[in-house]
Design a protein around this ligand. Structure first.
Ligand code: C5P
Length: 309
């Protein structure tokens, strides 16, 4: 994948929008021999997310390192454990680009939420470096690099709903007619202060095998039926990680049940949680809903209306 970079690029800075995602449909279908799980998921980016600034030529404070990272959110690690720096290292190895780059992350997506924030940031770093370096890696090369950084990274190369398969790295665009039934839909996303470890949730899933899994054929059949029909987006919603997470974090099903009964919503958890979401009908009394969420999960818990892109 090493490319000749030609003349040094003139572009010195760039800012990449790094969206959050929600899993509208998530079926974990079984465990693989490499320890990961196979899944089939319909995932969509949102019009809500972080911003990643990248500036080339800035010598990082630790002069031995090519990349540095700062963040306005104290809970986000800015050391080598951050996927932005992992992605940047992978890009440098693949392309041979050696200029220093300073990243600055403006964080809005809650962490430990199942909203894909860290994975989205990593893909944003690849896109930023691809611009600044002039390497012009193609979609397939970026997707291969992204998959090496994290299972949820490749989906963020698309700006529309996708079907995700394998451990997350195999991406197919949702057919346009189906994507059109989702685009612009308003979504209430909300998260308690607790976070859920993705690795823990998958471990619990494996402990409940084989009943915890949905067979891949059944997952495919459900998605295909929704794509081919004309049912509302609510009819697509599914997540079989919910039972394992809900068994431990009872505050989640308690509130989701209440929102269902009181407002007729069909709320779901996103990914491995702890963020949940509900597709909003037009005219939904959002402020009353948020008041109910904050009564249950505390006055400062995250709750925001966003839209599917
Ligand atoms: O790929 P990523 O680092 O985001 O995954 C975090 C953890 O979640 C993995 O280490 C693995 O334990 C689990 N996982 C899994 N199957 C997947 C994705 C993640 O078992 N498809």
């Amino acid at each position: 994948m090493v490319k000749s970079l030609g003349p040094v690029s003139q572009q010195r800075t760039t800012t990449i929008f790094s969206p959050a995602k929600i899993n509208l449909f998530l079926a974990i279908t079984g465990r693989r021999s490499d320890g990961y799980h196979d899944l089939v998921s319909v995932v969509t980016p949102l019009d809500f997310g972080d911003h990643l600034m990248a500036e080339a030529g800035t010598r990082p404070p630790d002069a031995g390192k090519q990349f540095s990272l700062g963040c306005d959110h104290p809970e986000v690690p800015v050391d080598d454990s951050n996927l932005i720096l992992k992605a940047a290292e992978a890009f440098a190895v693949a392309t041979g680009w050696a200029e220093p780059v300073a990243f600055q992350l403006e964080k809005c997506i809650p962490v430990g939420a199942g909203l894909g924030g860290g994975s989205s940031n990593a893909t944003a770093a690849l896109l930023a470096l691809n611009q600044l370096s002039g390497a012009n890696l193609g979609r397939a090369e970026l997707a291969a690099l992204a998959a090496g950084v994290g299972s949820d990274c490749p989906l963020f190369l698309e700006d529309r709903p996708v079907i995700m398969r394998g451990r997350g790295e195999r991406i197919e665009l949702l057919p346009e007619a189906a994507a059109g039934r989702l685009r612009g839909r308003r979504v209430l996303v909300f998260k308690p202060s607790l976070g859920v470890s993705t690795a823990w949730a998958y471990e619990r899933m494996a402990a409940g095998a084989p009943q915890s899994y949905l067979p891949a054929g059944e997952a495919e059949r459900r998605i295909a039926a929704w794509i081919e029909g004309n049912a509302d987006a609510d009819e697509l919603l599914f997540n079989n990680l919910e039972p394992v997470v809900f068994r431990k974090f009872l505050a989640l099903p308690t509130l989701l049940d209440r929102l269902g009964h009181q407002f007729g919503l069909a709320p779901r958890m996103s990914g491995s949680g702890s963020a949940c979401f509900a597709l909003l009908p037009s005219g939904a009394p959002v402020s009353v809903m948020v008041a109910v969420i904050r009564e249950a999960w505390g006055p400062v818990c995250f709750a925001q209306v966003v839209a599917i892109t």
